[in-house]
Design a protein around this ligand. Structure first.
Ligand code: AR6
Length: 331
């Protein structure tokens, strides 16, 4: 999954580079800056002193010293005033400059905090959107795994309206799936009492059953075949599809070259979402990978909610999954 949102302390991330939300002096401060300097040790400040500061919207790189990462990229985010003072452009530029620096230093994995969203006051939901948009743009052209590290839960909250809509949808769907009407209870009891013994023990195989070879020769289109067919039908390129699904290129080539490849459920769903399949085709694609969407499971209901509402944005779906403590879509 090229872009992942995780909850952690960034100083614990085992990646090639972590990004620091610094100020233009680059000489340390509070928030994540303070945490990073404390964990890296005094050598980090010594190197920072040699850099001559950094402009807002830009970034500079140092070694990671006692941190588990090779590099620290010090990015200077904008202070939030009212949103009309170029704050967004400067924040976008922070992420871009940091990603370019990481690439120049051959980093394959990079972790960002939500720059500017603490002491600098950038509204957290907007800061998250800028981070997701800018990083996913960069990942369309570059192979890298990028983590957005969320420290406090509040930073990653979908709007109250969306949260309550999804919560209501989960409630309704759970209720439908778990309420047995009186009529269906009776029907089931009747069926059980009438069921012939062999139906319960398993019917003996019919003498005329097809040979195993015959049966296997009629094997259906596989998951991989359906995926490639749908990509063609949608007029997408492979890269457009796996990037939109937030799936990395290596995993996609594995699926492409092995017609019987069995993806995980999250991967299969990420492709269905990237292809913007309606619910019935999503279910068909999942079935080919050996899975189903069930109403006994919050993860599945949330996915269903988004498909029913025609919202196929993997990142927004992941925000909602995160809000409901579910695992995220992707590899
Ligand atoms: N790991 C991940 N995220 C963290 C951590 C951590 N250990 N600690 C805080 N955050 P902030 P800014 C989150 O204030 O708004 C400093 O004094 C935090 O919850 O660290 O860019 C600098 O020197 C918030 O969401 O940075 C500057 O003067 C996000 O990191 C100024 O603060 C950024 O919050 C920069 O302010």
């Amino acid at each position: 999954m090229p872009l992942q949102i995780v909850r952690n302390d960034i100083t614990k991330m085992k990646v090639d580079a972590i990004v620091n939300a610094a100020n233009s002096s680059l000489l340390g401060g509070g928030g994540v800056d303070g945490c990073i300097h404390r964990a890296a040790g005094p050598e980090l400040l010594a190197e920072c002193k040699t850099l001559g500061g950094c402009e807002t919207g830009s970034a500079k790189i140092t070694k990671g010293y006692r941190l588990p990462c090779k590099y620290v990229i010090h990015a200077v985010g904008p202070r939030w005033r009212d949103g009309n003072h170029g704050e967004r452009e400067k924040l976008v530029s922070c992420y871009r400059t940091s990603l370019v620096l990481a690439k120049e230093h051959s980093c394959e994995t990079v972790a960002f905090p939500l720059i500017s969203s603490g002491i600098y006051g950038y509204p957290k939901d907007q800061a998250l959107k800028v981070a997701i948009d800018t990083i996913s743009d960069f990942l369309l052209e570059n192979d890298m795994t990028v983590y957005i590290v969320i420290f406090d839960r509040k930073a990653y909250q979908i709007s109250e309206k969306l949260f309550s809509d999804i919560a209501a949808y989960i409630d309704d769907t759970y209720v439908d799936a778990h309420t047995d009407s009186r009529a269906s209870q009776l029907r089931r009891m009747q069926m059980l009492s009438e069921e012939p013994e062999e139906a319960i023990c398993g019917a003996p195989m019919a003498a005329s059953a097809k040979s195993l070879d015959d049966a296997l020769s009629q094997i259906d289109e596989s998951f991989s075949e359906m995926l490639l067919r749908k990509i063609d039908e949608k007029g997408m390129t492979d890269a457009q599809c796996y990037k939109k699904a937030n799936i990395d290129r290596k995993l996609f080539s594995k699926i492409r070259s092995d017609r019987l490849y069995k993806p995980s459920k999250a991967t299969a769903l990420a492709f269905a979402i990237a292809l913007e399949l309606p619910l019935d085709e999503t279910k068909e694609m999942l079935m080919k990978a050996g899975f189903a969407l069930s109403h006994s499971n919050k993860f599945d209901i949330i996915i269903e909610y988004f498909i029913e509402h025609g919202n196929y944005n993997v990142f927004e779906i992941n925000e909602a999954l995160f809000a409901f403590d579910q695992s995220l879509l992707g590899a």
